[in-house]
Design a protein around this ligand. Structure first.
Ligand code: AMP
Length: 306
């Protein structure tokens, strides 16, 4: 595994691979790797000849009162995990390498960037699209792999690629969960044992909504209220948003007549966690999904109650 710290080294490595006629797959991450990240790496390995992974905690996507300074940084462990996966290139630039002083250019996907997490985290998606656009130009990848866990991010990146004619195929992979249903996240490391237990309620509320949808409920407000009721069972969990939106536009839906994205963000103690599920009416299930395959089957089973 070649470790590239500079943009020039990364470009040289990816160009060398592409000149050998290899198909390049790229997995951007912020490190503190877990099985969710590794599922993207494995998907990239299955589809591509050469796989590059980046580890970069992107300061541009953190708000002034957010957790940039304390975001988990576990480079040595991450490097060892990636070596075990047998990837080809690890790109780990410094913030100064990615953002030289005086840089004043940003990439913004108007409108979409202000929805869901964009509403409560102003500037977050601008930071994401700016760094991902830069990474795409640096890595010059054929395919890039993202997680359905960050559903709005996947929608926004797809839209950026479409609008800017970037020659990258976006692949969105299913959410990987802990055995009790909690979506894996680097931020789960912040949770105290009690908070870790409480955090399971996010997935429980999505399962409840999913069950009601399968029983025929199609009115978004009824589904949202049902999900919120489940969340209210945990006094330590404070909702940021609970929305049902069109997965392509991120606009709220009233009636679930087509594929819908149920998205939650909630604070468990001081830790902000997100989760989501895609709901597809029967007629949409045979056709290709809008964003990604459904969550793996284990995610749909009810986890044990508290
Ligand atoms: P991050 O390091 O949090 O920026 O995540 C890097 C990539 O991993 C993003 O595309 C995430 O959507 C994806 N990812 C994070 N957690 C999971 C998960 N539990 N399952 C699948 N993909 C994930």
């Amino acid at each position: 595994m070649k470790i590239c710290k500079t943009i020039d080294e990364m470009r040289a490595a990816s160009r060398a691979a592409r000149h050998r006629g290899k198909r390049l797959g790229f997995v951007p991450t912020m490190g503190a790797l877990h099985e969710g990240h590794l599922s993207l790496v494995r998907a990239a390995k299955a589809k591509c000849d050469v796989v590059a992974v980046s580890i970069f905690v992107n300061p541009l996507q953190f708000g002034p009162s957010e957790d940039l300074a304390k975001y988990p940084r576990t480079f040595d462990h991450d490097r060892d995990l990636l070596k075990k996966e047998v990837i080809d290139i690890l790109f780990a630039p410094t913030p100064e390498e990615m953002y030289p002083a005086g840089a004043i250019t940003y990439v913004t996907v108007d409108g979409l960037s202000e929805k869901l997490c964009g509403r409560s985290r102003p500037g977050h998606f601008r930071g994401v699209t700016t760094v991902v656009a830069k990474l795409f130009h640096i890595v010059e990848t054929d395919l890039a792999f993202f997680g359905q866990k960050d559903a709005a991010q996947a929608t926004i990146i797809r839209r950026m690629v479409q609008d800017l004619n970037l020659p990258v195929e976006i692949v969105v992979c299913p959410i990987v969960r802990e055995p009790d249903g909690l979506a894996m996240s680097s931020r789960n490391a912040y949770l105290s044992p009690q908070e870790r237990k409480s955090a399971r309620v996010l997935n429980r509320s999505l399962i409840d909504v999913k069950n009601q949808f399968h029983q025929g409920e199609r009115k978004a407000t009824n589904l949202i209220n049902a999900g919120k009721q489940v969340l209210a069972e945990e006094p330590g969990v404070h909702l940021d948003y609970f929305e049902i939106v069109d997965p392509a536009t991120l606009d709220p839906m009233q009636q679930l007549a087509s594929t819908a994205l149920v998205a939650i963000a909630a604070f468990v103690g001081n830790t902000r966690l997100i989760d989501n599920v895609l709901l597809r009416p029967m007629w949409a299930r045979a056709s290709p999904p809008v964003l990604s395959p459904a969550d793996p089957p284990q995610a749909l089973q009810s986890p044990p109650k508290k």
